[in-house]
Design a protein around this ligand. Structure first.
Ligand code: ADP
Length: 191
């Protein structure tokens, strides 16, 4: 089992690269953002709870997010490994993930950050907003709020995973293919 957290600011390419990693290493891909958006589209109870947070670019409360994540792992226990995309995003989420994985005899093997500067991210997100209709990608204040959420609540996880010797980072600038090769080289060196 090889379990990866793909980590980075909004727009850093986590979702795009997670799909390549998932295919190459036969991992089950869990994107908390995609799960929330699916629930919002389907108007489930969870979707209704999460909608106002996503609309503003705020993090959804941990209690909701952690439960959703655990259910998704437990519903896909045949996986050869997982790639967590957009989770954890708070210290409490990271600690809960470790405790939860321990109960099913799993652990995180590596956390891989995609490093991209904020100016580049803003232009990527505004471009994505034009093609996907994601409201949180169409408004500069919402984008900045997501960076604030990252800086205030998520960036602390870099040290959390460094303390466990599980933190790696990759240059997230350049062509999609180049970044994928960097990630494959890194994962191959870790496996
Ligand atoms: P991005 O990384 O570009 O912000 P995501 O699809 O990963 O896109 O996340 C979109 C939104 O979903 C976040 O702004 C937040 O509202 C919510 N969300 C996703 N993952 C989490 C999480 N782990 N904890 C809390 N909220 C989350």
């Amino acid at each position: 089992m090889f379990n990866i957290v793909i980590f980075g600011k909004p727009g850093s390419g986590k979702g795009t690269q997670a799909v390549f990693l998932k295919n190459k290493y036969e991992l089950y891909h869990i994107s908390t953002g995609d799960l929330f958006r699916k629930n919002i589209t389907n108007e489930t109870k969870l979707g209704l709870e999460a909608k106002s947070y996503l609309d503003k670019g705020d993090l959804v409360p941990d209690i909701v997010t952690i439960k959703m994540l655990e259910n998704e792992v437990l519903s896909n226990k045949d996986a050869k490994g997982y790639i967590f995309d957009g989770f954890p995003r708070t210290l409490h989420q990271a600690e809960s993930l470790d405790l939860f994985l321990d109960t099913i005899d799993l652990k995180i093997n590596a956390t891989i950050a995609l490093e991209v500067n904020e100016d580049e991210l803003i232009s990527r997100l505004l471009e994505r907003g034009k093609v996907t209709n994601r409201s949180d990608d169409q408004d500069i204040d919402k984008i900045k709020n997501r960076f604030n959420e990252y800086n205030n609540k998520t960036s602390i996880l870099i040290n959390y995973y460094k303390n466990q010797s599980k933190f790696f980072s990759v240059d997230g600038k350049g062509s999609v293919d180049d970044i994928t090769s960097r990630l494959f080289d890194l994962v191959d060196s870790l496996k």
